[in-house]
Write a protein that binds this ligand. Structure first.
Ligand SMILES: C[S@@+](CC[C@H](N)C(=O)[O-])C[C@H]1O[C@@H](n2cnc3c(N)ncnc32)[C@H](O)[C@@H]1O
Length: 248
């Protein structure tokens, strides 16, 4: 099922609940109101053992693939961890987004995390200009931004493909760790369908890991059928379960 946003919510309408953006189109939150930053660290970074893999220099560049860029929170949490590394590896964070958020919504993230330099002006303008180019010319659908580290020459590069998951994933490079972060599977079935996860599998190599906040039965079954080892774990905070795993 493809949800068509155009008629119903022309501007990817968002409302705020307790300071967290909520999509009216998908009727779901972009991140948890109980410690979004910590949840991202717990589910995606720890779920994929990102720091250990960076320290052991498993792959360089180390490529993280994300399904759903949203507010950019997961990318910022990953970037922050990289910035704090003494001898960072080169990282490519590759994400996709079909319904980019407006600037004022993105910048509200700065108010949630005032001590972090998240959507600074140059970054926001660069993202906004890429969205405008994509709207004029749908084939011009890749935004890239790079951070350098003071300790070495290895950069952190963020890439976001704009468009539907089915059109974006075929453009991804080979990925070493996945952050599966669509809205909840019941509300956003396109992001978790067998077809989407098959495209994700095609960009994975043996030992490529994944992690997600969801432990929905059909997601576990799809991943297992595609050759991933799927493990259930205790979820973040009050959440009972999450899953992570790797490709055999
Ligand atoms: C839970 S939010 C992602 C949160 C994000 N990772 C963050 O750190 O803020 C899910 C995202 O997936 C996007 N999305 C949902 N369905 C999509 C589709 N079919 N194709 C592309 N993007 C989609 C939504 O627009 C939304 O930004």
């Amino acid at each position: 099922m493809t949800i068509e946003p155009i008629q119903k919510f022309p501007d990817n309408a968002i409302e705020f609940k307790d300071g967290v953006p909520v999509s009216l189109l998908f009727d779901d939150v972009y991140f948890s109101k109980q410690g979004g930053w910590e949840e991202s660290q717990f589910v995606f970074l720890e779920g994929n053992e990102i720091q250990r893999k960076w320290e052991e220099n498993e792959n360089s560049p180390f490529r993280i693939g994300e399904l759903g860029f949203g507010s950019g929170l997961n990318a910022f949490v990953t970037l922050d961890t990289w910035k704090l590394s003494a001898n960072p590896t080169s990282v490519e964070f590759v994400s996709l987004e079909g319904y980019p958020l407006a600037i004022n919504i993105l910048q509200s993230l700065n108010e949630s995390y005032p001590n972090k330099n998240l959507w600074f002006e140059k970054l926001t303008l660069s993202y906004e200009s890429a969205i405008q180019s994509w709207k004029k010319n749908p084939t011009d659908n890749l935004w890239t931004y790079q951070w350098d580290h003071p300790n070495n020459q290895n950069p952190f590069t963020l890439h976001v493909f704009f468009g539907d998951i089915k059109n974006c994933l075929p453009n991804f490079p080979e990925i070493h760790a996945w952050y599966l972060d669509g809205f909840s599977p019941g509300k956003n079935p396109d992001m978790w369908s067998f077809e989407s996860l098959t495209l994700m599998r095609e960009k994975s190599v043996p030992k490529t890991s994944f992690a997600t906040f969801s432990s929905a039965g059909f997601v576990r079954r799809n991943l297992t059928e595609l050759g991933f080892v799927v493990e259930k774990k205790k979820g973040f905070g009050r959440k009972r379960e999450m899953i992570s795993g790797f490709l055999k």
